[in-house]
Design a protein around this ligand. Sequence first.
Ligand code: HEC
Ligand code: HEC
Ligand code: HEC
Ligand code: HEC
Ligand code: HEC
Ligand code: HEC
Ligand code: HEC
Ligand code: HEC
Length: 313
Amino acid sequence: MRFRRASVAFLFAVFLVPPARAAQGPSALEVLYPPDLTFSGEPKVKVFAFRGSKGEPVVPVVNGKAVAPLDGETFLKGEVSLATGLNLINVGGKNLRVFVLPNAVMDTFRLPYGKAGEDRVFRSYRLHPALDDGCEACHMLEGVKLKAKDQKKACYGCHDDFTKGEGGKKVFVHAPVAAGECTACHDPHFSARPKLLRLEKGCFECHDPFPTTGTVHAPVRAGECVACHSPHAGAAPKQLVRPGNALCLGCHKEPHARHRSSVVLGALTRVPDDFPVERGELSCTGCHAPHQSPNPRLFRKPQEDLCRTCHAV
Ligand code: HEC
Ligand code: HEC
Ligand code: HEC
Ligand code: HEC
Ligand code: HEC
Ligand code: HEC
Ligand code: HEC
Ligand code: HEC
């Protein structure tokens, strides 16, 4: 009997929904932050959410207790106080687990599940400070749909435009930056990685990794691509942070004294016209590869061939 009544009520509910709204679908609440299994070193957490149309106030429930409703109509935000240990937060029907250990700094925190299940891994995230200024800097509403604004306009609204060199100097811009694809590398909201990065394999997410055989340049081995290349735009081609030999001399303050000058005094040496030279000095990268080489000393060619380029032996 009870069951039947419920189904009648259900049928009514379905038929009472106006067709137009049914087509658009209900505007469910999307909780942007915190994601489930968040770790916090503070006894509180910020809450950010979105819904396509205005509605009843959204009242988060923290460990079974209703707290103050979130601010806002469509872009919603707030902050909830938490207890030390495991907290269960419910926002608009979504259950989120947040683990709190005051003053602890940890990237991940494992909570064992008992003998059978897997561990629960909680992660700490760094939030983009832009979120505190609201969502509208980067988003607009199109009907009930959330749309991201053009990233060149949105991000450069608060950050320096990388394509404009300081004092009008020419800069060499990385293709994804020129295309305004900041989110190819950055998460616009929050990330477990520094600098809001979302790249798991760093630069190799898009570029082929260099061979790890032969001689590998120490900063390349260490994954310090940005020691030489800006991820955004550099003073020299290939987004290099410094042009020519100055790049190498930034770390190798006093490399070998020989093979610096391009001036030839003896009769048995001749520097070919196509060998790269800058202001009277041989280019370091004329003889050494910047990343990796099958030869010792990062030589561009096997040693004997290299020497023969200039020395008659
Ligand atoms: C700094 C710019 C920026 C801010 C501020 C921002 N967003 Fe976003 N958001 C984006 C971009 C860009 C995308 C497009 C997705 C992408 O490219 O990864 C996006 C995507 C989304 C999505 C789609 C799901 C997803 O993660 O891809 C949701 C939901 C969202 N944002 C909610 C919000 C809410 C809620 C706020 C405010 C609390 C907010 N955003 C603030 C830039 C921003
Ligand atoms: C409403 C202003 C605002 C907008 C819009 C904005 N940012 Fe930010 N962003 C900030 C502030 C403030 C900081 C922190 C101070 C700083 O590092 O400049 C920051 C920091 C960052 C950082 C460094 C984070 C760290 O951990 O050091 C990155 C990366 C970043 N923003 C990327 C973006 C991207 C990508 C966009 C566009 C999708 C964007 N920002 C749009 C205000 C903004
Ligand atoms: C190819 C990947 C990539 C793209 C595309 C990219 N970034 Fe970055 N960004 C990085 C990396 C890597 C860092 C960290 C650099 C470091 O550690 O020195 C960074 C750092 C930043 C920072 C922190 C301050 C700084 O300059 O170090 C801001 C702000 C930033 N990016 C904004 C942007 C904006 C805005 C865009 C789009 C116009 C963008 N990024 C596009 C990879 C990228
Ligand atoms: C989201 C994908 C993406 C990521 C991540 C990325 N790049 Fe690129 N990069 C490109 C594209 C696309 C081009 C242009 C096509 C090309 O020339 O290969 C490019 C071009 C380059 C070039 C110039 C290549 C040439 O022959 O002129 C260099 C140097 C470079 N990237 C370095 C880096 C470094 C260093 C990083 C890490 C900080 C990085 N890239 C991360 C997409 C990416
Ligand atoms: C010691 C400085 C240095 C470091 C570190 C470095 N590069 Fe380079 N990179 C250069 C130079 C210089 C060039 C210019 C090409 C040349 O002279 O062979 C270059 C060129 C490139 C190119 C253009 C294609 C090519 O191979 O010539 C890409 C892509 C690139 N680098 C990616 C990376 C990535 C990814 C990393 C990190 C794993 C990295 N670089 C680390 C100095 C460096
Ligand atoms: C970010 C710092 C840094 C930059 C920039 C840099 N190097 Fe290095 N390089 C190192 C380190 C560290 C080592 C390993 C320790 C050493 O031998 O000094 C090294 C080693 C070398 C070696 C010896 C490799 C071997 O295994 O025999 C050569 C050759 C070399 N670098 C050439 C260059 C050239 C050419 C450039 C410019 C394209 C350059 N370096 C730029 C840090 C740098
Ligand atoms: C004409 C070729 C040539 C040029 C140009 C050249 N090198 Fe070398 N480099 C060598 C040779 C050969 C060695 C092996 C040691 C030696 O003979 O001095 C070497 C060794 C090195 C080493 C390994 C450490 C050592 O001293 O054994 C470093 C670092 C280095 N060079 C950096 C540089 C830098 C930086 C530049 C540019 C300022 C540069 N080289 C320009 C040929 C060259
Ligand atoms: C890009 C051309 C070039 C290459 C490649 C080159 N050298 Fe040289 N080398 C020179 C120049 C220029 C001098 C200065 C000679 C002069 O003034 O006559 C020189 C000088 C020397 C000297 C000192 C000679 C003296 O009389 O002081 C030695 C030894 C030497 N090179 C060895 C080598 C070796 C070994 C290689 C291969 C690993 C090599 N060079 C590769 C251009 C080069």
